[in-house]
Design a protein around this ligand. Sequence first.
Ligand code: 3PG
Length: 311
Amino acid sequence: DRADAAVEVGPEAAAQKVKIGVYFAVWWALNVVFNIYNKKVLNAFPYPWLTSTLSLACGSLMMLVSWAVRFAEAPKTDLEFWKALAPVAVAHTIGHVAATVSMSKVAVSFTHIIKSGEPAFSVLVSRFLLGETFPVPVYLSLLPIIGGCALAAVTELNFNMIGFMGAMISNIAFVFRNIFSKRGMKGKSVSGMNYYACLSMLSLLILTPFAIAVEGPKMWAAGWQTAISEIGPNFIWWVVAQSVFYHLYNQVSYMSLDEISPLTFSIGNTMKRISVIVSSIIIFHTPVQPVNALGAAIAILGTFLYSQAKQ
Ligand code: 3PG
């Protein structure tokens, strides 16, 4: 893959590898913390559309303040930039809400097991919608990915259709988001960090009216004052933590996407899910059957095979 080949040769190759390694480690660690607080918030306040809006709002605010105090330099953008960003933002919004809805219905680990199938969606979208073809081993590597996810899904103790579909929709939406993002960032002066900041802001604008329409009346009817008074002051900190960590992990992931191909990004993302699956099972005492864990392990092994086949 061309974007990766560029970093494999030359005297700066080692330094570049270390830099990507550090980005990946930080990205995964931030993501684990996000997932834990996100689930705590959803357990106490089951309004995934509203909480995903809050995450975007918090990130947008953090970046506006960073630009205002010159902690980060604001990007120079034109109408063309925002037009090109629109489809990325639609895909980001759908993928984000769908994943959050999924996590409000099922265990965090289950959402991430299904989301570890993302490389398979990447191949299917590239093949059927973009007309790209791949060598036979790539297609063969999809079998353990899809089979492993399927085995994990049918043996999941707390299976829920909305939870399953949310994770699947998120997979498809994020494949498009990553392909469009990489195209949008290519040759542009906007850095990965600022690109993600603009993406958050546009997604926030798209999501806010839908979130209010979908969950506003429900929350009103349930009596939000009682909901909030019952939750207690810690809840505010959980919301702050999930929102801040959501922004930071995505920002770091875009800083790495700036330097790697969408394929390497997808694989890094799947590896990230191993840490999320393991830590969330420990923290939330999620019951796991051996056959269920076997399904997850096969799916993740499939991703390793896929990355080898792609090279
Ligand atoms: C979200 O809320 O956007 C999801 O948790 C994102 O999942 P991912 O970044 O791990 O694909």
